[in-house]
Design a protein around this ligand. Structure first.
Ligand code: PHB
Ligand code: FE
Length: 379
């Protein structure tokens, strides 16, 4: 493996970046806040040895859009470009091609989730590892064949730097009418030459409650009035809210809401939002349809509680990708996903899933050093 550390020198300001997407809070709520001021995407124009022509080597010099209208990006020793159908990633020892829609859906989640917990594999080759303050960008690192050939590559970046580059790439490469968070049936196409933007979609704010959704001063409930209509596949979900009769003086401490009703109004897929917090215990329910656009490599245990419909999970060894199990979850099923796996879910119909996360920042280290087991219970 080739590894480059520490991070590259400060990148150049990007003159073409029109909007700086809103920074999202870290899902663990433990990520030290970083200054965004020095974090800018590095345009292709700053790279002197830019390659030319299409396909895997497509990096258009001069900083302008390429033939298809898309800008190219450089992050350390990695290069990124796209055309009508594909994204091309290059690094000193290799290159990779991915479908533009799959890449954008993964990129969208990596950006919105502030690099999530552990590893976000965009596919079997490209991905990121969150070190909560810095992020590794890798190619082939968790792929046996690339590793054995010693052609994999990894480079570490301060979180604001990789976040800003990824956010600028996501904004430039997402066309009008395509929403990377939407189900395939509810969005337009990612493909074709560049046409417009969808900045409101790619910068949408992630729901992260401080205590619980619906509490005074916390994340609001969803309704027609807030622009959250009941999803086409959840029209049978009851919309009544529980009656809470709190003792005088406790009105701000006793609370309940209709979680099924709340989820039925989600306009995104595969996007856990934090709806309740008890110290490090986060309830992160989500509605799922089609395929989870990332393969998530855990750095801690995650519990899944299937609230409705069915999800199929492919569970693999986190580091090699070797198959470990297939899990089919029906309503009421509970699964504990171990800390040393990666997984990807498939939902044939829109499904409600409760992801229960433990955001304790000490967990990754305790598990990696063997002080805590990779599975929460022995049966
Ligand atoms: C996960 O990796 O555990 C995960 C990610 C997104 C979801 C559900 C589960 O929507
Ligand atoms: Fe996961």
């Amino acid at each position: 493996m080739t590894t480059t550390q520490p991070p590259q020198p400060q990148p150049q300001p990007d003159p073409q970046s029109e909007s700086e997407p809103q920074a999202q809070p870290d899902p663990s709520q433990s990520d030290p806040q970083q200054s965004e001021s020095q974090a800018q995407a590095q345009p292709e124009s700053s790279r002197s040895e830019a390659r030319s022509e299409g396909g895997l080597g497509s990096l258009v010099g001069g900083g302008g859009p390429n033939e298809a209208g898309y800008r190219s990006f450089v992050l350390g020793e990695f290069t990124f470009s796209r055309d009508d159908y594909f994204v091309y990633v290059g690094w000193p020892t290799g290159s990779h091609v991915a479908s533009a829609d799959a890449f954008l859906k993964a990129l969208q989640r990596d950006v919105a989730w502030e690099f999530f917990y552990g590893i976000v594999n965009f596919d079997g080759v490209i991905g990121t590892v969150n070190h909560y303050g810095t992020v590794d960008l890798f190619a082939g690192r968790y792929n046996d064949a690339w590793r054995k050939a010693e052609l994999d590559h990894l480079q570490n970046f301060p979180t604001p730097q990789i976040r800003a580059t990824f956010a600028a790439m996501l904004d430039d490469w997402t066309n009008h009418g395509f929403d990377p968070f939407a189900s395939p049936d509810e969005t337009g196409s990612a493909f074709g030459p560049k046409h417009g933007h969808n900045t409101p979609a790619v910068t949408r704010r992630r729901v992260t409650a401080t205590r619980m959704v619906g509490l005074h001063g916390d994340e609001p409930l969803r309704s027609d009035a807030t622009g959250h209509r009941v999803n086409r596949q959840f029209t049978d979900v009851a919309q009544d809210e529980p009656l809470v009769e709190a003792e005088a003086g406790f009105e701000d401490q006793v609370h309940a809401f209709n979680l099924f009703g709340y989820l039925s109004r989600s306009d995104v897929t595969w996007n856990p939002s934090v709806v309740s917090v008890c110290r490090h215990s986060l309830y992160c329910p989500t509605t799922e349809e089609y395929i989870l656009p990332i393969i998530h490599g855990n750095d801690r245990v995650e519990w899944f509680l299937q609230l409705s419909d069915t999800i199929y999970w492919d569970v693999e060894d986190r580091d090699s990708g070797a198959v470990r199990s297939k899990v089919t979850m029906h309503p009421g099923d509970v699964a504990a996903m171990p800390a040393d796996i990666r997984h990807q879910g498939y939902a044939p119909k829109r499904a409600m899933l409760l992801v229960w996360e433990n955001a304790d920042p000490d967990l990754p280290h305790l598990i990696a050093t063997g002080k805590l087991p990779t599975n929460p219970i022995d049966i």
